[in-house]
Ligand binder design. Structure first.
Ligand code: ADP
Ligand code: MG
Length: 483
């Protein structure tokens, strides 16, 4: 599927490379013990190191390094047992040290790759150039006072992973798919929460255009784009702008630009700085970062199953379609929910209910899977009531709706809402007695597995064509089974 922009002089190909800043999930900062909680009162999570006090010494946080290594392993990347921290010097009011501690020539993680999925069902490998650790800067607040700018240093010193891709993407869709996949992997690994609204994940989007068969032309970097949709829009807008520049006889200058989401266009921020402008040099306060291979190996052993593997397993083991497998593995919480419902049941039926009525229900009540009113256990119980024919598919949908509203188990809703009721206790007792007499094996199993109770209720209901008073059936069964 090739994407091009048609100009007066013919088709232009778009070339995209992403630099993603991912905030490391960690309770403490990269070189200090200060907390990293989002949304704290300004300047309440700042140590002397983060405030750049003279004479303070940074000490590397082992957990942040472990998170970077886990991420590298999750990106199929080479882990460098020897890396180094450098000072990247620049002046800014929210950078009290006067430099950022980063990694330049020797990053902790080398080349890797990410496989992305495209809407036509194809996949493509995107190269990862490197991943390095660095400190975040503080934040300037320009909107708190008419003439003053305030500085909040809570973010100063928070660990970031900068993940740089090769210029391997060729369309807005590929750029979006790359960021989606990277975010998914980070969230599976638990190394970054991926929250783009809070700025935990932000992308610098490098874009150039060229005629087919040419080498790369000059690129521009669109800074700090904070949603996947905006990344795709920024690529499109910036590529179109460059095509116009080239076609009108101009040249694209390498520069840093901003994406104006309101106008849907990029605008110039500053001309691109070069590495030598930063006067990088090894940070004399920090020894080289030397990693023990056994430690790297133990981190590898501790990695969770990642989205690609999980998706493949859903297709091969559960027999799901590629589409369902992809939807169900999008978030690890969804995957865990599906696996709990599918356990001991028909996996395809479970997948259908989850991707259909269950997701629709969550949408309706405005909740996520983590605070779903319908637990995996209760959804499973509902599927059991369908399987044993207590409920028709249509009735089950109604019951599920009620489950979303009340949080109750399907059985209690079936009982409570009743169907047409028979309150004649003799008729109910007779039906109960017959089911028990006809199913001695089930009665035996019930002793070890009380959850079979629902099966008995279902059978009695069925025998009574759904007309037994559910509460009375329940009582009569309890008496008969439990004595
Ligand atoms: P810098 O460190 O100066 O930003 P890099 O060489 O590290 O420069 O590249 C930064 C990003 O720009 C990478 O993601 C890379 O893939 C991308 N990139 C490099 N050249 C091009 C190009 N011609 N068009 C689009 N993206 C590019
Ligand atoms: Mg860069």
């Amino acid at each position: 599927m090739s994407y091009t922009i048609e100009g007066d002089t013919g088709a232009w190909e778009v070339v995209i490379g992403l630099e993603v800043h991912a905030q490391v999930t960690s309770n403490a900062k990269l070189f200090s013990g200060a907390a990293t909680e989002f949304g704290a009162e300004p300047n309440t999570q700042v140590s002397f190191v983060d405030a750049g006090f003279p004479g303070m010494l940074p000490v590397i946080n082992r957990e942040c390094v472990a998170q970077a290594v886990r991420t590298g392993l999750g990106l199929n990347a080479q882990i460098n047992p020897w890396s180094r921290f450098d000072r990247k010097n620049y002046f800014y009011a929210d950078l009290p040290q006067g430099y950022q501690i980063s990694q330049y020539q020797f990053p902790v993680v080398g080349t890797g790759r990410i496989s992305i999925e495209l809407s036509d069902g194809s996949t493509k490998e995107i190269g990862v150039t490197r991943l390095h650790l660095e400190q975040d800067a503080g934040k300037s607040l320009h909107d708190q006072h008419p003439t003053k700018t305030y500085v909040d240093l809570n973010r100063s010193g928070v660990a970031l992973m900068e993940i740089v891709s090769e210029p391997d993407m060729r369309s807005p869709e590929e750029a979006g798919a790359y960021l989606t996949k990277l975010r998914q992997i980070l969230r599976y690994l638990g190394t970054c929460d991926g929250n783009m609204e809070q700025g935990s994940l932000r992308a610098d989007v490098n874009v150039s255009v060229r005629k087919s068969g040419e080498g790369y032309r000059t690129r521009c970097e669109v800074k700090n784009v904070n949603s996947i949709r905006f990344v795709m829009q920024a690529v499109e807008a910036e590529a179109r702008r460059q095509v116009e520049v080239w076609e009108s006889g101009g040249t694209v200058d390498q520069e840093t630009r901003l994406f104006d989401t309101g106008r849907g266009a990029t605008r110039s921020m500053r001309s691109k700085e070069d590495a030598h402008d930063y006067r990088y040099f090894p940070d004399p306060d920090l020894p080289p970062l030397v990693l023990d291979t056994a430690w790297i190996e133990s981190l590898r052993q501790g990695l969770p199953e990642l989205p690609d593997a999980r998706r493949a397993r859903y297709v091969s083991d559960y027999g799901l379609s590629a589409y369902d497998a992809r939807v169900l593995t999008a978030e690890k919480e969804t995957a865990a929910f599906f696996e709990a419902v599918a356990k001991g049941r028909d996996a395809k039926v479970a997948a259908n209910w989850i991707t259909g009525d269950f997701f629709a229900g969550l949408n309706r009540v405005g909740k996520g899977i983590d605070d779903s009113p319908v637990s995996a256990e209760n959804l499973g119980a509902l599927l059991d009531l369908i399987a044993d024919k207590t409920l028709s598919g249509k009735l089950a949908k109604e019951v599920l709706e009620a489950m979303f509203e009340t949080g109750y188990s399907p059985l209690s809703i079936v009982l409570e809402r009743g169907l047409k009721q028979v309150t004649d206790t003799d008729a109910i007792e007779a039906a109960v007695a017959k089911i028990i007499a006809d199913n001695p094996d089930k009665v035996e199993q019930y002793r070890a597995k009380p959850t079979l109770f629902g099966w008995f209720v279902g059978q009695v209901m069925k025998a009574m064509q759904g007309k037994g008073n559910p509460a009375l059936v329940n009582e009569a069964l309890k008496r008969a089974l439990d004595g």
